[in-house]
Design a protein around this ligand. Structure first.
Ligand SMILES: [Zn+2]
Ligand SMILES: [Zn+2]
Length: 417
């Protein structure tokens, strides 16, 4: 029989790696919920149409990276490649835009993209997302960036850079696009195959290209073509960030090349490692709700890449400090007849809030003790209904005895040591 294995790009996580991943999720969620973002849980699978409309036909995600399949009744479904489109679907479906025109939500969970697996790119990865609806105030843009900054700092990461840009609005982007297209056509021979297609499909996306960096060095940038309102919005975002005490770099190459994105875009990178390892990316999407069938509604959000951030933590943190030892107690039956006593004492310990691991199996006492020791457990308890129970401290090599009917002495013992 062929050996069963996980799909490439889909990982199992345990131990230190999982601990860091869960810590990143927990800290990001706590930071957002502390700032009054309400939690929302969204489906992992949606009708494909949600992403075709909500992410955009011309995006790389929709063109090449979606896990799309037909279910038994022939509907086209897609594993969510990102969180915002599904969120907006829910926002519209439940009429939140009427009921609560101004609202903020946060969520976390797995996303799926069919990319070539490589370092830093998983096919199932996890994000924490924040979305704020109904407010176009530039202070909200600054608030979101500040919350991303606070999340990373609370995790103990300090070496990152926030890159900020504005991609304007429909009014100022159209004339700019013409300028950009003219430049790209003139320099067409220097562009990669993908970017040549982007000239027609989505010219702004050339700024995302890793290959064409030099070729577009002298290309016009949106930041220099903003209309008065967009310029004022951008300046207010910067002023508000400075009041929040958050430093940013202005980077005219941060784009979200879809028409319903507008004004503020931002990305956060590690200081070294650059744009390939984006930790957080976000932006304003005032046109998205309309694109998905709702009324014109301001919106802005970000997504934090959980594995990316967890990996930075790993590079920064040494082995976790085991200085503070938690009490670890294994409970071993000496023979068949002690098993009921083991069940009874275990229940008492768990009821009293003491963590304990029963050790079952036909192995002899020595083998069981070796196993427990290898797992890093310090204490082994041998229950008995008759007479006294024995508690062995494997580190100190000592042992104590107590009455079988009580467990208080066990707790007292392992907690006072
Ligand atoms: Zn504008
Ligand atoms: Zn290119």
């Amino acid at each position: 029989m062929a050996k069963l294995s996980a799909i490439r790009g889909f990982h199992d996580s345990t131990g230190d790696i999982l601990e860091r991943i869960e810590r990143v999720e927990a800290v990001a969620r706590k930071t957002l919920e502390f700032a009054c973002y309400e939690p929302i849980r969204l489906p992992i699978v949606e009708h494909s149409e949600v992403f075709l409309r909500g992410v955009g036909h011309s995006s790389d995600i929709v063109q090449k990276e979606m896990y799309t399949f037909e279910d038994a009744s022939g509907r086209s479904l897609t594993l969510r490649p990102e969180g915002t489109a599904g969120f907006i679907r829910a926002y519209l479906e439940h009429g939140l835009y009427k009921e609560r025109p101004v609202c903020k939500y946060c969520y976390s969970g797995p996303m799926f993209r069919h990319e070539r697996p490589q370092k830093g790119r998983l096919r199932q990865f996890h994000q924490v997302g924040a979305e704020a609806m109904g407010v176009s105030d530039p202070c909200l843009d600054a608030e979101l960036i500040t919350l991303a900054d606070r999340t990373l700092r609370s995790l103990g990461l300090g070496e990152f850079e926030i890159h900020l840009n504005s991609i304007g609005c429909e009014a100022c982007r159209e004339p700019f696009k013409q300028d950009l297209v003219a430049f790209l056509q003139k320099n067409c021979t220097m562009l990669c195959e993908d970017c040549r297609q982007r000239i027609v499909l989505n010219p702004l996306r050339v700024f995302d290209c890793k290959v064409c960096k030099e070729a577009i060095e002298k290309a016009p940038v949106m930041l220099e073509h903003l209309c008065q309102e967009c310029l004022e919005h951008f300046q207010a975002v910067k002023a508000c960030l400075s009041a929040f005490g958050v430093d940013v770099n202005i980077n005219p190459r941060i784009v979200r090349g879809l028409d319903y994105y507008n004004r503020t875009t931002f990305e956060i990178y590690p200081e070294e490692g650059g744009a390939q390892s984006v930790l957080v990316a976000g932006g304003r999407y005032d046109g998205l709700v309309e694109t998905m069938g709702g009324p014109p509604t301001a919106g802005i959000g970000f997504a934090l890449g959980v594995e990316r951030v967890a990996e930075r933590l790993q590079q920064k943190e040494k082995k976790p400090d085991l200085g503070v030892e938690k009490p670890s107690l294994a409970v071993i039956a000496l023979g068949e007849q002690e098993k009921p006593a083991l069940c009874r004492v275990l229940t008492k310990l768990w009821d009293a809030g003491t963590s304990a691991m029963p050790v079952w199996g036909p192995q002899g006492l020595k083998a069981k003790l070796r196993f427990v020791d290898k797992r890093g457990f310090r204490y082994a308890l041998f229950p008995s209904d008759a007479g006294r129970m024995i508690l062995k401290d494997m580190q100190a090599g000592s042992q104590s005895e107590g009455p079988s009917a009580e467990t208080g002495w066990i707790m007292a013992h392992i907690h006072t040591l």
